[in-house]
Design a protein around this ligand. Sequence first.
Ligand code: GTP
Length: 602
Amino acid sequence: YPSDNIRNFSIIAHVDHGKSTLADRLLELTGTIRKGHGQPQYLDKLQVERERGITVKAQTATMFHCHKFLGSDTDFLLNLIDTPGHVDFSYEVSRSLAACQGALLVVDAAQGVQAQTVANFYLAFESNLAIIPVINKIDQPTADPDRVKAQLKSMFDLDPSDALLTSAKTGQGLEQVLPAVIERIPPPPGKSTSPLRMLLLDSYYDEYKGVICHVAIVDGALHKGDKICSAATGQSYEVNDVGILHPELVPTGILLTGQVGYIVSGMRSTKEARIGDTLHHTRTVIQSLPGFKPAKHMVFSGLYPADGSDFEALNHAIERLTCNDASVSVTKESSTALGLGFRCGFLGLLHMDVFHQRLEQEHGAHVISTVPTVPYIFEYSDESKLQVQNPAALPSNPKNRLVACWEPTVIATIIIPSEYVGSVITLCAERRGEQLEYSFIDSQRAFMKYRMPLREIVVDFYNELKSITSGYASFDYEDSEYQASDLVKLDILLNGQPVDAMATIVHRSKAPRVGRELVEKLKKFIDRQMFEIIIQAAIGSKVIARETVSAMRKNVLAKCYGGDITRKKKLLEKQKEGKKRMKRVGSVDIPQEAFHELLKVS
Ligand code: GTP
């Protein structure tokens, strides 16, 4: 396949607008997968992806398609690069787009343009991609393609006559998609005669093969047995296996200019496979390709083994998982309350959730996570600055006087039906947002931009926004600069002892409310024990909220009269099981759920 007969494209869309379903249909149309293979959303490989119905990790598939081109039947090689739709993963989106020359912009015919449609459009636009608008789900009774066409024109200046109308469900209009890809998207621009340059798109670890890298050949060609070198590390490797993703790994022994495929080259860990790196033949001098902006960690949380002795097991599980998710940062930390654990940085809350879920599902780890925090900066009178990713690490009595606190902000884009404008403005004001823009997409939809402290959106903002707008709001954000802020550290004390893993940093104006909610939540989850437990929230030495759990021992056998020994045993077993999931802090047992519940207090 000369590069003129290759097309590399992505499908970008707002969550749930049908990207993965459309990808499935295209794979079926080209015979890449069998129709009705019983596993919808073929490219969504992870269990979490299937369960939650969201794409987390971008996947690639190569398809073959014959098309009448310039008068004669021509075989084309089409590389489809799937992208995640959720805001947390826009980092993965820009990565996928780097290997593409065009994108299908999928918009739901009933819902119209949504916040992530806007974000994804601009990512594609900035990468100079050819954009093919696809109005999907036209089979729905509420579909209104003309309205969507008008939105595409007014928002993105896309020609309404360019829009394809499809239903990935009924198959209507799908036959136009691949011809449009071939005719409207340019072939990859690389030079086959130049020295090899390939872009490392992604990598994961496979039990049997070792590290598998997804690569895009920008210039030149790669053969099995070639010696290649990383521009970032200078390390050399021999290519043991090379091929395409069809969608399983199919060895071809060669990849040519413009192709996307995989290589196996004896890398021992995905740490060696730097995403965005340029790989080239050893002994050739090349100019590195522009890499990717590194993933920015927006949310940090401590992860601890639920059972203290499981530290090694958790360590192992995290190592394995980060092999396949290089966007998580991990450092060891310790807590007096929870023992040895890890401080992990995530792209967002969903990313954090997905990471936890994968740790438990794929690696059988039981974890306790601490209240998520954003990276704050504290500035002292000696001009030193401290970036705080863990509230417990913020000194209560610093050597030098604190002169300023800074918190990260984001620019949030919100699209809502006009009738919800009032309640959304109220919500954003409560979350300390500053309105930057307010306009209308059409007669029914409003478009707003806010600058908001990141802290205010990581905790449950999206859920609240959804609930006050009956699910109609769409939301996206991009990170922005730090702003000065009045921050305080809020400690939680049990019987006078601060629990480091429960400390949070909050805006001073929110401290009383958050403090009260935290102690109330904790009271619900801490069972009565042999002694009285006093739960307090405090700023420095000033207590701002307090609850008491009175003394008593829970007797699980109280309701179990008679001599049914098996039932008794069962109950005692259950109690034991429950105990295992407790953390003893000082002398107080705290159930695992208490930590999880604390995550939700904003
Ligand atoms: P993410 O992977 O989370 O970004 O979502 P997605 O955009 O890939 O959406 P997905 O393909 O998972 O589709 C979301 C839902 O819409 C699924 O329940 C699909 O069955 C449904 N759906 C997809 N295409 C159509 C369509 O053309 N018509 C109708 N009625 N439903 C569709």
